[in-house]
Design a protein around this ligand. Structure first.
Ligand code: SAM
Length: 287
C-alpha cells in the first residue's frame, strides 16, 4: 500500500470527483429521511496543500487553484454545481477550523460536513497510519465511524445500510492491476444487496478504449448510470494522469442536467494541452 492521496489532493481528478459528490449529497438531502454515506477508500479526510507531499509536484495548482482563481475573477459565470461545491468546500474546512486558502477537503470531510443528525458517515481506510489520522480527525464527530478495514470486503458488511437510503463512494488508488474488475464486482455485490443505493465509482482513465469496455460492463448491470469524464490533454502528450471519470449509478434527479454546464466550464479551464475533452453520458438502464 504505497498510495498516498496527499500527493494528488485537489488535482483535476479530485475536482471532478468532489464536485459530483457534493452535488449528489445536496440532491439526496432534499428528502428528510436519514442517509448512510459510505466511503470505501477514504484517505485522511482533508489535505494541507502546503505540505511536503503536496509541494512535490503541486497537482492542485492545475485543479482547485485554477477553479478558485477563475471563480474569484468572475463569480457570476460559475455554474451552479461548481459554485455549490466551492461553498461546500469552504464549509467543510470551516467546521474543522481549517484555512480555506491552504487546505483541501477530501470526500470524508465533505460527507461529514453535509451529514445531518439523521445521517451516518462510514469511512474505510486500510493504510494503518492514514486510518489513525482519519480516526483522530473525526473522533469528536458522533455521526462518523472510521473502519480500518478493506473497502472491497466492506461492501458486504456495510451494505445495505439500516436506513435503506445511501450513497457509496468507491474510489480505489488505481495502482494495482485488476482495479476495474474489482470495481465491477463491488458494484454488482452492492446492487444485489442494495439496488436503490447511489454508487459513485471514480476511475483513472489511462487507456480510453479499456475504460469504454469497462463502462460497457458496468452498463450491463442494467442499473441507470451516468458517466462523466474529463481529459485535460490527449493521451501520452505528457507524463502523469491526464484523464479521469466518475460513474454515478442511480444518479439523483437533476444531476445530469447540472453536470453538462459544469463540465463545459471546467474543461477549458483545466486543460493542459491539445486533445482535452469531456463528456457526460447516459449508459444503459431504464431512464
Ligand atoms: C484515492 S484515495 C481516497 C481519496 C478520498 N476518497 C477522497 O476523495 O478524499 C484511496 C485511499 O484508499 C486507501 N486504500 C487502498 N487500498 C484500500 C483497501 N483495500 N481498503 C480500504 N482503503 C484502501 C489508500 O490508502 C488511500 O488512502
Amino acid at each position: 500500500m504505497n498510495y498516498r492521496h496527499a500527493f494528488h489532493a485537489g488535482n483535476f481528478a479530485d475536482v471532478l470527483k468532489h464536485m459530483v459528490l457534493s452535488d449528489c449529497l445536496r440532491r439526496l438531502m432534499v428528502k428528510d429521511k436519514g442517509l448512510a454515506l459510505i466511503d470505501l477508500f477514504a484517505g485522511i479526510g482533508w489535505y494541507d496543500l502546503a505540505s511536503e507531499e503536496a509541494a512535490r509536484s503541486p497537482e492542485w495548482e492545475g485543479g482547485i487553484a485554477r477553479v478558485k482563481a477563475k471563480a474569484a475573477s468572475n463569480a457570476a459565470e460559475v455554474p451552479a454545481l461548481v459554485a455549490n461545491w466551492l461553498s461546500d468546500t469552504a464549509s467543510a474546512l470551516h467546521v474543522q477550523g481549517l484555512e480555506t486558502g491552504r487546505h483541501y477537503p477530501g470526500s470524508p470531510a465533505l460527507m461529514a460536513a453535509a451529514c445531518r443528525a439523521q445521517d451516518r458517515v462510514m469511512l474505510c481506510e486500510l493504510h494503518r497510519e492514514d486510518s489513525l489520522t482519519l480516526t483522530a480527525r473525526f473522533k469528536d464527530d458522533r455521526n462518523v465511524t472510521v473502519h480500518p478495514t478493506n473497502g472491497w470486503a466492506a461492501i458486504r458488511t456495510l451494505v445495505p445500510p439500516p436506513t435503506r437510503r445511501g450513497l457509496i463512494l468507491i474510489d480505489p488508488p488505481f495502482e494495482q492491476p485488476g482495479e476495474f474488475d474489482r470495481m465491477e464486482l463491488a458494484l454488482r455485490d452492492g446492487l444485489e444487496r442494495f439496488a436503490t443505493g447511489t454508487y459513485l465509482l471514480w476511475y483513472a482513465c489511462k487507456d480510453a478504449a479499456a475504460c469504454d469496455r469497462w463502462l460497457g460492463d458496468i452498463g450491463r448491470t442494467g442499473a441507470r448510470c451516468l458517466d462523466a469524464r474529463l481529459s485535460v490533454a490527449g493521451a501520452g502528450l505528457m507524463p502523469g494522469l491526464l484523464a479521469a471519470g466518475i460513474v454515478v449509478v442511480n444518479p439523483p434527479f437533476g444531476l445530469e442536467e447540472a453536470l453538462g454546464p459544469a463540465l463545459d466550464w471546467l474543461g477549458p479551464l483545466l486543460q493542459r494541452g491539445a486533445g482535452a475533452q469531456w463528456h457526460v453520458r447516459r449508459m444503459s438502464g431504464v431512464w
